[in-house]
Design a protein around this ligand. Structure first.
Ligand SMILES: [Fe+2]
Length: 288
């Protein structure tokens, strides 16, 4: 099949993908305004009982260990911070939108989400260790969770070609994006970027989706998030937590460790905590 045809099919599929729920789009929009207050956010979230339930569930989860029940939404928003609530709304909406089991043809859905969750929680853990501001760590989680977004339409619409790309990667010990490019003439970074842009996601996420396999050429403002996700992705792949189709991922460039001010010891430091964090996030996002 011609590559133009492949791209057309992918684009048509993306066009048919459900957009994010109106409340979530509204949440993203108002949270990007620095003048937004918890009361403004409260007004919008109150319109969506499911999202409201999730925010309250998060603040009352073991993760925050408050020991006393928070029942007021505005109080929960104040305690969690606007950024955390925003990224929670975004992550749950994306996972809800993209968890149609039938859509996962070449890559198994549970393996894919487990990989994605691992990259999300690892990114957040690394960010915390490096002393990134508490209000920003959720951005790292969301970028990590969504970095491989583009694999979903590809393995759905072009499942035969995707299986071929995966076996080429296996046979020739290539990173998957490389084999995708050869077999399908596009890769999951490009496809993911189209989705992230059409959903108007934050630039940090768009850039991470777009550049996570070409990070050395990246010179935008979100290098810290991008490099953290690159590191976390490598960790998930070598530890074989979940499966994203990549058996032979590229080694990461030493400049990644350098830029983040870390050594490989970081993997040992976070290793024992990752599984529990994935479990928390999984229950929370209901990935199965
Ligand atoms: Fe990737």
């Amino acid at each position: 099949m011609s590559s133009a045809n492949n791209l057309e099919k992918i684009n048509a599929y993306i066009g048919r993908m459900p957009s994010l729920p109106v409340t979530v789009t509204k949440v993203l929009e108002i949270c990007n305004n620095p003048k937004t207050s918890p009361t403004d956010l409260n007004r919008i979230i109150s319109l969506d009982p499911v999202l409201m339930g999730r925010v309250l569930k998060l603040i009352n989860s073991a993760y925050y260990g408050l020991g006393q029940q928070v029942t007021s939404l505005v109080r929960a928003i104040i305690m969690l911070g606007i950024n955390t609530v925003k990224n929670l709304a975004l992550s749950t909406a994306v996972v809800d939108n993209l968890s149609d089991r039938a859509a996962f043809q070449a890559i198994n859905m549970d393996g894919f989400w487990r990989h994605s969750l691992c990259v999300g929680v690892t990114s957040r853990m690394v960010a915390k260790k490096r002393g990134v501001d508490q209000r920003s760590v959720e951005e790292y989680f969301a970028a990590g969770l969504l970095h491989d977004l583009g694999k979903i339409p590809m393995n759905n619409v072009l499942s035969k070609e995707y299986v071929l790309a995966m076996s080429m990667a296996d046979r020739e010990r290539l990173p998957l994006y490389f084999a995708e490019k050869r077999e399908i003439d596009t890769d999951h970074s490009e496809v993911g970027t189209i989705i992230a842009q059409s959903w108007k996601l934050d630039r940090a996420i768009v850039d991470t989706v777009n550049a996570h396999h070409a990070y050395l050429e990246y010179d935008g403002p979100y290098k810290d998030i991008l490099y953290t996700v690159v590191l976390a992705n490598y960790f998930a792949n070598i530890q074989e937590i979940g499966f994203s189709g990549d058996r032979y991922p590229e080694r990461i460039d030493p400049s990644v460790y350098q830029f983040l001010g870390l050594t490989r010891d970081i993997f040992e430091e976070i290793e024992s905590g990752v599984t529990a964090e994935i479990e928390n996030a999984r229950i929370f996002l209901k990935t199965n």
